[in-house]
Design a protein around this ligand. Structure first.
Ligand code: ADP
Ligand code: MG
Length: 255
């Protein structure tokens, strides 16, 4: 095969996250109804859609916080849906940031950033501290190293959560509505950090209602409704010229 030829198989080889025919049931409730989805290295994909459409479940299946009912998920070519997959090793490669920041409340900011480095990655204290400080600086919070989470604003806590995820040197980052719990004036700082990460080439899957972020930063926007991907493509196409009625209706409500 020449280099200019591309086949679906070749595309799949380049995908960092490759989801094939993913189904997820909670009891009788089919929440994901055959999702096909992939993200290439360095790509930023924003997932949008109404509440209850299955966005969080899709994200949570990608790092096995939820067990898929059927289908295949490959991460970096490794089939994580294989029963023999090393789930801990997989999770170490994927950083996850939630709507609720989930910091350890009884630990300082710095300790929040070092504890998993030491316990999971078996890094030494000095190295963990150095990496923690580098990542705190990256999110603009070097001066909060010794503070406890309760003394920070929501936006600062979320930036700490991002720095904590980055301290594990993940290959990719998953964000589930990272700014939805924040007061409007705190959203910008968090999005700015995410924008920097994207510019550095981090592979990112971001569930968000921030359409301006999606338009500006995403390589691809995926619109989900009722457990299926209704439409996906370039932000300018999906957000600016949606083809499906359901996408049009959703955007008319949120834009
Ligand atoms: P979204 O993130 O798009 O709002 P979710 O993935 O959270 O959607 O939810 C999709 C559907 O799955 C909803 O109907 C929700 O009630 C259901 N669901 C999500 N998590 C669970 C769970 N742990 N147990 C049972 N039902 C769930
Ligand atoms: Mg959700």
């Amino acid at each position: 095969m020449t280099q200019t030829e591309t086949t679906p198989a070749a595309d799949r080889g380049a995908a960092v996250i490759d989801v094939q025919n993913l189904h997820k049931y909670f009891g009788d409730n089919e929440v994901l109804k055959g999702i096909d989805f992939h993200i290439a290295r360095g790509e930023v994909v924003c997932v949008i859609g109404p509440s209850g459409s299955g966005k969080s479940t899709l994200l949570r299946c990608v790092n096995l916080l939820e067990e898929p009912t059927s289908g295949t998920i490959l991460v970096d070519g490794d089939e994580i849906t294989d029963p023999d997959a090393d789930v801990d090793a997989l999770r170490a490669r994927i950083g996850m940031v939630f709507q609720q920041f989930n910091l350890f409340p009884h630990m300082t900011v710095l300790r929040n950033l070092t504890v998993a480095q030491e316990k999971v990655l078996k890094r030494g204290k000095a190295e963990s501290l150095e990496i923690a400080r580098t990542n705190l600086e990256k999110v603009g919070l070097s001066d909060k190293a010794d503070a406890y989470p309760a003394h920070l604003s929501g936006g600062q806590q979320q930036r700490v959560a991002i720095a904590r995820a980055l301290s594990m040197n993940p290959d990719m980052m998953l964000f589930d509505e990272p700014t939805s719990a924040l007061d409007p004036e705190l959203v910008g700082d968090v999005l700015a950090v995410m924008k920097d990460l994207a510019a550095e080439g981090m592979t990112m899957m971001v569930v968000t209602h921030e359409m301006s972020f999606a338009r500006e930063v995403a390589d691809k926007v995926v619109f989900m409704d009722g457990g299926v991907i209704v439409e996906e493509g370039l932000p300018a196409d999906v957000l600016g010229n949606p083809q499906h009625e359901r996408t049009q209706e959703f955007l008319a409500r949120v834009l």
